[in-house]
Structure formats: structure tokens, C-alpha cells
Design a protein around this ligand. Structure first.
Ligand code: E4P
Length: 218
């Protein structure tokens, strides 16, 4: 399973990259705004900065919601850097745009996926990734991880090459459950990744090892 970080914060991307386990980055307009990145030139430069830190796929989302606009923006984003994957929203025009990019061999990530039917259409159109938002589903009393499991099963059954990218991860437990459900990728906040490291018995065990060592070696 691949680990992506879901942020536009360069320090957090560097910290995850330093762990040696990072495979890519996802961003969205809200995450870019959170970092105060505004204006086309600054936004494009920020994607380039991210690509310099991580040697993996970097999802960059289009703002347009009409077909022509998505095609124009997506082309520009894909030409920016070979690591860029064009993120397209799951709307009618988006499906058409994904199909267009798939014919051009430009990789896309279909975002804002909340149902099996949406995932099926995105895969059929040729998306490289589909991004089901599991945290937001949990927020409305629907089991997000169960959707991941259903999409993984469906894609395996039909042999779709589209990767299931579990998004809107809110906790370390989400990561573990997505791994069990067979997600190809999880995109997570840094804290959820770091949370996987922690266990109280590890902390207690290490303290004991070190205090026993110090008793004889100080
Ligand atoms: C996915 O690519 C999105 O950026 C992201 O996971 C959205 O998550 P949120 O529900 O935490 O905003």
C-alpha cells in the first residue's frame, strides 16, 4: 500500500519524506488556501516545490467545472511536471474530461467520490486513481471504509487498473482499516501517519531497556 500525504504544507511534506515511507502527495484548493497560496503563478510554483521534495505522484486539482476549462487547466498542470496527476471532480463534465485525458495518456485522480457507482464510472472513464472520502462519509453516519472494501472488490472482479486512493483520512485507525480493506493508497494528514508509530508498550519497553543499560554503564 502506498502512503501519500494530504497537505500543501511544505514542512509537513518534508517531515513525511524524511521518514522514508512517502510515495506521493495530494492537495486540494482548500489545502492550498490553508497555506495562503494564491494567484496562478504562485500555485503552479507551489506544485513545483512539492515535486522537488517528493519523488512520487502529486495530485493538483483543477478549479474549472466546465469541460473546456478542465481540459485547459489539466493540460497546463500535466505539462508542469511529470509527477503531476490531474485531479478532477466527480461530476458529469469531469467524467468526460477523465476520458479525454485517459486517451491522451495524462493521469487523473477522480476526487469527491462517495459511492460505488461514482467509482465505477471514474474507472470506466480511465482514471488512474479514484478518491473516496471516507472521513466525510463517516461524518454522515456511513461507513467510509466499507466503501473502500466494495470498490476494491469491484475493481478486482472486473480487472480495472484504477487505483483506490482512500482520502479524507482522519486517524491512524482509518489507515489500518483501509489497509485491511485493500486500498492501493492512503492519503493522510501527517499526524495520522505519525500516530502509527506510537504504542505505550513500546515507550515503556524502551524506557526499561535504557534504564537497565544505564544501571551497568554509568
Ligand atoms: C483528497 O485528496 C482530499 O484532499 C482530502 O483527503 C479531503 O479530506 P478532508 O475531508 O479532510 O477535507
Amino acid at each position: 500500500m502506498k502512503f501519500f500525504i494530504d497537505t500543501a504544507n511544505l514542512d509537513q511534506i518534508r517531515e513525511a519524506q524524511d521518514l522514508g515511507i512517502l510515495d506521493g502527495v495530494t492537495t486540494n484548493p482548500s489545502l492550498m488556501a490553508k497555506e495562503g497560496i494564491r494567484g496562478k503563478e504562485n500555485i503552479l510554483q507551489h506544485y513545483l516545490n512539492i515535486c522537488e521534495i517528493v519523488k512520487g505522484d502529486v495530485s493538483a486539482e483543477v478549479i474549472a467545472t466546465d469541460y473546456e476549462g478542465m481540459i485547459a487547466e489539466g493540460k497546463e498542470l500535466s505539462l508542469l511536471h511529470s509527477q503531476i496527476v490531474v485531479k478532477i471532480p466527480m461530476i458529469k463534465e469531469g467524467i468526460k474530461a477523465i476520458k479525454y485525458f485517459s486517451r491522451q495518456e495524462i493521469r487523473t485522480n477522480c476526487t469527491l467520490v462517495f459511492s460505488l457507482g461514482q467509482a465505477l464510472l471514474a474507472a470506466k472513464a480511465g482514471a488512474a486513481y479514484v478518491s473516496p472520502f471516507i472521513g466525510r462519509l463517516d461524518d454522515v453516519s456511513t461507513d467510509g471504509v466499507e466503501l473502500i472494501r466494495s470498490i476494491v472488490d469491484l475493481f478486482h472482479y472486473y480487472g480495472f487498473e484504477t487505483q483506490v486512493l482512500a482520502a479524507s483520512i482522519r486517524s491512524s485507525m482509518h489507515i489500518i482499516r483501509c489497509a485491511e480493506a485493500g486500498a492501493d493508497v492512503v492519503t493522510c494528514p501527517l499526524q495520522s501517519i505519525l500516530g502509527l508509530i506510537e504504542h505505550p508498550l513500546t515507550t515503556i519497553g524502551l524506557e526499561k531497556f535504557l534504564s537497565d543499560y544505564r544501571k551497568l554503564n554509568s
